[in-house]
Design a protein around this ligand. Structure first.
Ligand code: FAD
Length: 402
């Protein structure tokens, strides 16, 4: 299709995973969808190696991806279930442990670890069959006619224009569309970088995710990956490290990095061998005053960014998609797609869920940041109380399962 000056029911801007799921879902409810953004550099076939960018996807996300007929199209051998989670309230070997498990939460798994590029490639393939017009370009400007017969017109870097009744901004944490709509975000840098890398391990992980907290350490997680054999393991690291430590980690040789991570994790998974080079991402808290604007809805990181310590940013983004699709399915026949009443339903349904997750992750991050001595004692007491409380643990599992 020649997308020059094309017109659609909905244009989704942003070709990350959240934008892809949105475009696919909208096409599946029968709308004419344009999907614009710079094409992700995703290889057409699965490379041998492992993507160091992985996500812990929740049961709620799996449900959405199943309903989009995407989940079962991903190769099961590349997905690792997480049945247990062991979280340590300190960096030391004998730090108090909080144990969460799927069995006592009566759920199949706490999460599934999925590679980013596999997820995006599977979504891309499904979109190819769904009749979505994929446009390799970037949005640079926008005009909105908000009348009942109006439309939003997007200008693209190439000079093309796209018109639509509704625009979904899925263009990430530094969203251009959010700025074009006049929505000013509150941004707070965490002073940490998320350093990610994958390792082969001499001990099996037992389908368990491990996480350590510490003031100097930051938050260090080892997530299970499918292993080559039952006797050995493979793990993906997400180390939310203070900026200076992150720089050091990124400067280490693969051998020195493996040694450093093995030490910091008390050799829980034995000796490590680095199998993918380390990459890093700046960590920020981004809150927006509004999730909607005339003829625009924000989803994914364009609507909210949070600390990755709970592995929830993408899950919350997929939660946005699920609600957006529900709102459309419940649309009265006389309401046009850009009707603000429709999108206020979306905003009402998402605001609390998004704030709760942002407040929770931010609160935990602060609790393990620099604290006056009496508060450190209080925090440790609180941690032990939570770790011992079945009720609290069940609540945490229920929250993670969304
Ligand atoms: C270290 C780390 C670990 C994480 N782990 C987890 C986890 O385990 N579980 C989880 O749920 N979440 C996790 N997250 C959060 C997750 O990475 C993000 O929430 C998710 O990637 C956001 O996806 P998105 O599609 O909204 O945005 P993005 O992936 O940022 O995609 C935005 C897209 O918009 C495009 N774009 C930009 N500008 C324009 C424009 N002008 N016009 C058109 N397109 C444009 C970009 O090219 C990009 O393709 C983690 C984050 C970090 C940093």
């Amino acid at each position: 299709m020649n997308a020059r000056d094309a017109s659609f029911d909905v244009v989704v801007a942003g070709r990350g995973a959240v934008g892809a799921a949105t475009a696919l879902g909208l096409a599946q409810v029968g709308l004419r969808v344009g999907w614009v953004g710079p094409a992700a550099p995703v290889p057409a076939t699965e490379p041998q190696g492992w993507d160091s960018r992985v996500f812990a996807l929740s049961p709620g996300t799996r449900e959405l991806l199943r309903s989009l007929r995407v989940w079962d199209a991903m190769p099961a051998a590349r997905i690792a279930p997480v049945y247990d989670m062991r979280v340590y309230g300190g960096p030391q070997a004998d730090a108090p442990e909080l144990h969460l498990d799927a069995y006592s939460g009566r759920i199949e798994a706490l999460a599934w670890i999925v590679e980013h590029r596999m997820l995006v490639r599977t979504l891309d393939a499904a979109i190819g069959f769904a009749g979505v017009a994929s446009i390799d370009d970037a949005v640079t400007a926008m005009r909105v006619d908000d009348g009942p017969l109006g439309a939003a017109t997007l200008e693209l870097a190439s000079g093309r224009t796209l018109a639509a009744k509704l625009v979904v901004a899925a263009d990430g944490a530094d969203s251009t569309l959010r700025t074009l709509a006049g929505i000013a975000p509150q941004v707070r840098a965490y002073g940490q970088r998320g350093v990610v890398a994958n390792f082969d391990t001499t001990l099996p992980h037992g389908d368990t995710a491990f996480q350590w907290f510490g003031e100097d350490l930051g938050v260090l997680a080892l997530l299970p990956l499918p292993a080559a054999s039952p006797e050995r393991g493979r793990a993906s690291m997400v180390w939310s490290a203070p900026d200076a430590l992150a720089e050091t980690l990124l400067s280490l040789s693969p051998e020195a990095l493996a040694e450093r991570v093995a030490e910091a994790t008390h050799h829980t998974l034995g000796a490590l061998t680095t199998i993918t080079p380390a990459q890093s991402f700046a960590l920020r808290l981004i809150r927006v005053p509004r999730l909607i604007a005339p003829r625009m809805v924000l989803v994914g990181d364009a609507a909210h960014a949070m600390h990755p310590l709970a592995g929830q940013g993408m899950n919350v983004g997929f939660g946005d998609v699920a609600v957006l699709l529900d709102v459309l399915r419940g649309r009265e026949p006389y309401r046009e797609l850009g009707d603000p009443l429709l999108w206020r339903r979306y905003e009402r349904a998402r605001r609390e869920a998004v704030s709760l997750m942002q407040d929770a992750t931010d609160g935990i991050k602060r609790a393990f940041g620099p604290l006056p001595a009496p508060l450190v004692g209080l925090r440790d007491l609180g941690w032990r109380a939570v770790a011992r409380s079945d009720w609290m643990r069940r609540r945490m599992i229920a929250q993670a399962a969304r």
